[in-house]
Ligand binder design. Structure first.
Ligand code: SF4
Ligand code: MG
Length: 321
């Protein structure tokens, strides 16, 4: 069956502020030929360090950023060339939740009105229905209907992210890009908010692209995980398979940093040396070769192709080809 989301060889290049290595105007390859699919009802975790292109990928799916090349399909409909008015209907079904719940809310707007706003924008429901929907959403996200008239500053960071979620849900979306929605929150409340995402997914039959820089954050929410490095998707697997048997040396390093409850199962921490190269001047061959503990001579000139290892796991690395 057609996946809810399908992206094909998505590329985003930005003009750089500084000239490239050849002195010509530089081009930053923020996202390099990413293809992935997300089934309806699935949560796809997209992981990698900051600046690796995961947010750009999420935004391109919603066309908040226009891709340089490549295709985006939603329910089989190609979104690339849709005119803004046709895109509008899609936008109602596809929402985004950003990392920072502080800047996501207008400080002068009562939260009930903020949650209601997308319904006015998309012309959903009458005044009374809108208010009822907001009250229902407030309790769905674990807030009190009496808090309708309060202002954002009266809430904690976690509560504000609940408000932002209620607002994203107001127009009954099917797909939500969750762009590091817990990264700005205290570790102590991150799992509460992740559990809320899980609960809402069940209640409203949602599909998520869940972006994080930390594998431990996506572990409990994702069905499958894609790992990005310097604009490239380097490995993709079902969550259990990825944790049990990470293949790519970068995935192994990320995973070695995840705390494990059972100390006997502790993996040796792999510390990567060297800086992440600039996307303005990415390494030839495998983009990870300048930091890879397993690099061999071929890696510095030959680009590794994706190799399918199991039904639901593939990796781009010469160790497997
Ligand atoms: Fe490391 Fe080579 Fe694999 Fe790249 S292709 S991850 S450099 S072993
Ligand atoms: Mg980001």
């Amino acid at each position: 069956t057609e996946p809810l989301i399908r992206i094909e060889k998505l590329v985003k290049e930005f003009k750089a502020q500084s000239p490239g290595p050849d002195g010509q105007p530089g081009v930053v390859k923020a996202v390099n030929q990413i293809s992935l699919q997300i089934q309806k009802g699935e949560t796809y975790g997209l992981v990698g360090e900051s600046g690796c292109g995961k947010s750009t990928t999420g935004r391109m799916i919603l066309r908040l950023i226009e891709p340089t090349r490549g295709d985006i399909f939603y329910k089989g409909n190609k979104l690339n060339d849709l005119r803004e008015e046709d895109m509008r209907k899609m936008r109602q079904e596809m929402q985004i939740v950003f990392q920072d719940p502080y800047s996501s809310l207008n400080p002068r707007k009562r939260i009930g009105n903020a949650i209601q706003e997308p319904m006015s924008i998309f012309n959903v429901g009458h005044k009374k229905e809108r208010k009822e929907r907001v009250l229902e959403l407030l309790s769905k996200v674990g807030l009190h209907p009496e808090q309708y008239d309060r202002y954002p500053h009266e809430f904690s960071g976690g509560q504000r992210q609940r408000i932002v979620l209620a607002r994203a849900l107001a127009v009954n979306p099917q797909f939500i890009v969750c762009d590091e929605p817990v990264s700005a929150l205290d570790v102590s409340i991150q799992s509460q908010i992740i559990n809320l995402f899980l609960q809402l997914k069940k209640d409203y039959a949602l599909t998520y692209l869940f972006i994080a820089h930390d594998l431990s954050v996506v572990r409990h929410i994702s069905d499958r995980i894609g790992v990005m490095y310097l604009g490239n998707l380097v490995e993709e697997a079902e969550t259990d398979a990825l944790f049990a048997n990470p293949l790519h040396p970068y995935t192994k390093a990320l995973l070695s940093a995840v705390p494990v409850p059972n100390p006997e199962a502790k993996r040796e921490r792999i510390i990567l040396t060297g800086e992440t190269p600039s996307p303005l001047n990415p390494p030839q061959g495998c983009v990870f070769h300048t930091r890879c503990p397993a690099a061999k001579p071929t890696c510095s000139h030959a680009i590794p192709q994706a190799v399918r290892i199991a039904h639901n796991q593939w990796v781009s690395c010469h160790l497997y080809s």
